[in-house]
Ligand binder design. Structure first.
Ligand code: E4P
Ligand code: PEP
Length: 461
C-alpha cells in the first residue's frame, strides 16, 4: 500500500491473538482486495476533529460519553434499533451537559463493533464442541457447524452494515432528530420508572425554558439543532482494519477509515503485537483498554509506542478494573502516567471488570457494581487531582433485561424475559439514563472540587 503501513503479510508475521482462522486464504485475499476498492466509511478530517475534542477532554474542558452495543449484529441494523440507541446516548449526554455544565464528546460503540475477543476458542453444549462465536464479523451465533465456521465474506457484510448504520446516524444527528427542542420527544415512551422520568422531565422543562430565553435573545445557531457524533469500535480484526486503512489525500498520512476512533482491547494490547503495529501508523484517535493486571509501566510503554510525539487527543486510556479493584489498582497507573508528563484522556469502562454468571446461566453485571466502579474512578481522580474524563458503557436503547438491579431492581429471574445480547450484558435504557444522572452529579462535584469556572471550548478552534 505504502511504506507508511506494513503489508498484510508483515502484520500477520507479528505476534497476534484473537484472530479468525479462515480455511480459504484465496477467498480472504479476494475479500481484502474488494474492501480496499470501496470508499472510506469515515473521513480523515472527521478523525482529526474528534482527536481535537479528545484533547479538550484530556485538558479538563470536556467529558466523553462512549457507548453502544457489546456486539452489533447484522440483524440489528434496523432504523428503530439505531434510533433507540442514539436517543438514549443523546438523552444521557444532555443530562450530563446540563448537570455538569460541561461539553460532552459523543462517541458510539457503533457502525463497526462486530468482532469480539473471547476467553475460550470453543463452546461446548450437550457434549458438542464448536468454535466460539466471535462476532458477526467472523461467524454466526447459531450453534451449528456451518454457522460457527470462520467466513471471510462476513467482512464485506461488516462494511455494508457499518455504512448503512453510519448513513442513518449522520442523517439523524444533522437532520433535526438531535434538535434540543426535541428533548421531550426523545423521552416519549422512554423512561418508565417514575423517579427517573420525573427527573428527566424536570430537566427537559428547564432546558426548554433556557432555550426559549436564548431564542428570544436571538441566539439561534446549529449548536442547538445538530450534534457531532462519532463512531468507534475495537480494531480487532487485522484483515479488516488493514483493508480499511487509506492514505489521506490532504496530508498523505494513513487513517483507519473503518471508524473515527478505534480502540485496542485488554487482550490485544501487547506492545510488540500486530494490532499495535498497525494502529501506531494510523492517525485516528486511539483507545487503549487497561484491566486490573495492567501496570503504570504497561500503560506508558504502549502509549510511547502508539504516540511517541505525545500528540494532544491521540490517547484515551479506558480503564476497566472492576469495582473490587479500582481503588487499589487505578491510582498507581494514573500516577505513573501523569508523572511522565503525558496528557491522556482517562475514561472509565465500568462494565468489563464486573461480569459474572448467574445461577440460571446468564452472563450478567450488577448495576450497583457499575456504579461502584464509577464512584471509585471519580474518587481516585478527585484524590489525585487528575481529570475523570469520560465513561465507556455497553448499552442499548431497548428495554432488555441483561444487567441486574437499577431502577426496576431486575432480578436473576427477570433476565429470562428479554436477554438479547449476542455477547456481554448491556444496560437497558432506564439503567443508562439513571447512570447518566449519577455521573452528572459526580462530575459536578469533581468540577466544584477544582473550583473550575464554566468554560465553553471552541470546538472549531
Ligand atoms: O466484550 C468483551 C469480551 O468479548 C467478552 O467479555 C468475552 O466474553 P467471554 O469471556 O464470554 O468470552
Ligand atoms: C472486549 C471488550 O473489552 P475489553 O477488551 O476491555 O475486555 C469490549 O469493550 O468489547
Amino acid at each position: 500500500m505504502s511504506d507508511l503501513i506494513p503489508s498484510l503479510s508483515e502484520l500477520h508475521s507479528l505476534p497476534q491473538v484473537q484472530q479468525p482462522s479462515y480455511d480459504d486464504p484465496d477467498r480472504l485475499r479476494w475479500v481484502v482486495n474488494s474492501l480496499r476498492q470501496l470508499p472510506p466509511l469515515v473521513f480523515a478530517g472527521e478523525c482529526d476533529e474528534l482527536r481535537d475534542k479528545i484533547a479538550l477532554v484530556a485538558d479538563r474542558k470536556a467529558f466523553m460519553l462512549q457507548g453502544g452495543d457489546c456486539a452489533e449484529t447484522f440483524a440489528s441494523v434496523q432504523a428503530d434499533n439505531i434510533k433507540a440507541k442514539l436517543r438514549v446516548l443523546l438523552a444521557m449526554s444532555v443530562v450530563m451537559t446540563y448537570g455538569a455544565q460541561l461539553p460532552v464528546v459523543k462517541v458510539g460503540r457503533i457502525a463497526g463493533q462486530y468482532a469480539k475477543p473471547r476467553s475460550k476458542d470453543t463452546e461446548t453444549r450437550d457434549g458438542l464442541t464448536l468454535p466460539a462465536y466471535r462476532g458477526d464479523a467472523v461467524n454466526g451465533f447459531d450453534f451449528n457447524d456451518q454457522a460457527r465456521r470462520h467466513d471471510p465474506d462476513r467482512l464485506l457484510r461488516v462494511y455494508n452494515a457499518s455504512a448503512a448504520t453510519l448513513n442513518l446516524v449522520r442523517a439523524f444527528v444533522k437532520g433535526g432528530f438531535a434538535d434540543l427542542r426535541q428533548l421531550h420527544a426523545w423521552n416519549a415512551s422512554f423512561v418508565k420508572d417514575s423517579r427517573i422520568e420525573e427527573r428527566y422531565e424536570q430537566l427537559a422543562g428547564e432546558i426548554e425554558r433556557a432555550l426559549g430565553f436564548m431564542l428570544a435573545c436571538g441566539v439561534n445557531d446549529d449548536t442547538l439543532t445538530t450534534v457531532d457524533f462519532y463512531a468507534s469500535h475495537e480494531a480487532l480484526l487485522l484483515d479488516y482494519e488493514y483493508a480499511m486503512t487509506r492514505i489521506d489525500s490532504r496530508s498523505q498520512l494513513p487513517y483507519d477509515t473503518s471508524g473515527h476512533m478505534v480502540w485496542i482491547g485488554e487482550r490485544t494490547r501487547q506492545p510488540g503485537g500486530a494490532q499495535v503495529e498497525l494502529l501506531r501508523r494510523v492517525r485516528n484517535p486511539l483507545g487503549i483498554k487497561l484491566g486490573p493486571t495492567a501496570t503504570g509501566e504497561d500503560a506508558l510503554s504502549i502509549a510511547d509506542r502508539l504516540d511517541p510525539d505525545r500528540e494532544p487527543g491521540r490517547i484515551t486510556f479506558i480503564t476497566r478494573m472492576g469495582a473490587e479493584h479500582v481503588r487499589e489498582k487505578l491510582p498507581r497507573i494514573i500516577e505513573t502516567v501523569e508523572k511522565s508528563g503525558r496528557k491522556v484522556a482517562w475514561v472509565c469502562d465500568p462494565m468489563h471488570g464486573n461480569t459474572f454468571e448467574t445461577h440460571n446461566g446468564y452472563k450478567t453485571r450488577e448495576y450497583a457494581a457499575v456504579v461502584e466502579e464509577l464512584n471509585g474512578f471519580f474518587d481516585v481522580h478527585d484524590e489525585l487531582g487528575s481529570w475523570p474524563g469520560g465513561v465507556h458503557v455497553e448499552l442499548t436503547g431497548e428495554d432488555v433485561t441483561e444487567c441486574l438491579g437499577g431502577a426496576f431492581q431486575l432480578s436473576e429471574e427477570d433476565l429470562d424475559s428479554r436477554y438479547e445480547t449476542a455477547c456481554d450484558p448491556r444496560l437497558n435504557r432506564n439503567q443508562s439514563l439513571e447512570l447518566a444522572f449519577m455521573i452528572s452529579e459526580r462530575l459536578s462535584q469533581s468540577r466544584a472540587l477544582r473550583r473550575e469556572p464554566v468554560q465553553v471550548p471552541d470546538w472549531n478552534a
